[in-house]
Design a protein around this ligand. Structure first.
Ligand SMILES: [Zn+2]
Length: 297
């Protein structure tokens, strides 16, 4: 399917190009024709480093352990798919590399380069010896630069023009190269529960799932079908799908309890359901999926 000339980011479905509808809230944009869900929430990244920002290291300290474990798992899967003879190592581009944790976790196998738009975060990564370029993907790449792997770790769901981002990946990949998209899934149990309780009049968890009010909110909730369609428009195919343990299952519970607009009866009901569901979580649809997209050889 050709991309319509008048494609409007945030108003048209990037998977099937149908006009998006207004969903549960004024900013929520589900597609009436396919399974894609988007938002009109917009990113406000500190590109110049002048603003006082939340201390991300402090905020995410509790997630550090699980994040490192997920990165190790991801690196092992990636190394199995992209063998290395050692000289030279395969090249990897980490889009939105933040502090460079994944680049460091994968440095034994891959020669990594990061791109990070937040000036302070990019400076911190560079100070730790990470090869990082400050700016946006793909603007900071040379037109002829090609990589074996391009990774989006919790990044693609923040990029408004997801179609353009994947087309740029295709342009900067070697033949047979991989795009690794690690993102929250629309089909995940936490997203479904949050949407369900938002319909019951408790929007806090749903808002938090979209990171509404954060400097970098979510613009998309993708699933196997929608990422498959968006990838196909960019000349990429979904070659494999895996999942990672969720980093937010405890967070959802806490967020429900923290929402002061929730009545005691509602909060108690949802809390009981979630407490009973807790041990079942790992058998339920994954909240974080990894879509392995491959360019033609
Ligand atoms: Zn659609």
């Amino acid at each position: 399917m050709a991309i319509p000339a008048a494609f409007e980011v945030g108003e048209q479905c990037p998977a099937c190009f149908h006009r998006l509808a207004v969903g549960l809230f004024e900013w929520h944009r589900p597609c009436p024709r396919c399974s894609y869900e988007g938002s009109t929430l917009r990113v406000d990244i500190d590109v110049h480093g002048g603003a006082e920002v939340v201390d991300e290291t402090l905020r995410e300290e509790g997630l550090e352990h699980l994040r490192q474990r997920n990165f190790q798992q991801l690196e092992a899967e990636l190394a199995a798919r992209v063998p290395s003879t050692g000289h030279p190592r395969p090249t990897l581009l980490d889009v939105g590399c933040a502090h460079g944790w994944f680049l460091q976790a994968s440095s034994a196998h891959f020669q990594g380069t990061g791109i990070e738009p937040d000036a302070r975060v990019a400076a911190a990564a560079a100070a730790r010896g990470v090869d990082v370029r400050k700016g946006f993907f793909p603007d900071v790449l040379g037109s002829g630069e090609r990589f074996d792997v391009i990774v989006f770790n919790d990044v693609l769901e923040h990029i408004p023009d997801v179609g353009a981002a994947l087309r740029a990946c295709h342009q900067h990949l070697r033949p047979g190269g991989w795009v690794v998209v690690n993102a929250p899934a629309r089909t995940g149990v936490l997203y479904r529960i949050s949407r369900w309780i938002a319909r019951l009049g408790m929007p806090a968890s749903f808002n938090r799932m979209w990171q509404q009010g954060f400097p970098s909110p979510h613009v998309h909730y993708l699933d196997d079908a929608s990422i498959g369609a968006i990838a196909a428009h960019a000349g990429l195919r979904v070659a494999a799908i895996s999942s990672l343990p969720s980093i937010s299952s405890h967070g959802l519970y806490a967020r429900i309890r923290a929402d002061r607009s929730v009545s005691f009866v509602k909060a108690a009901g949802v809390t009981v359901i979630l407490t009973l569901a807790g041990p079942l979580m790992r058998f339920l649809p994954a909240d974080i999926k990894v879509w392995w997209l491959q360019a033609e050889r």
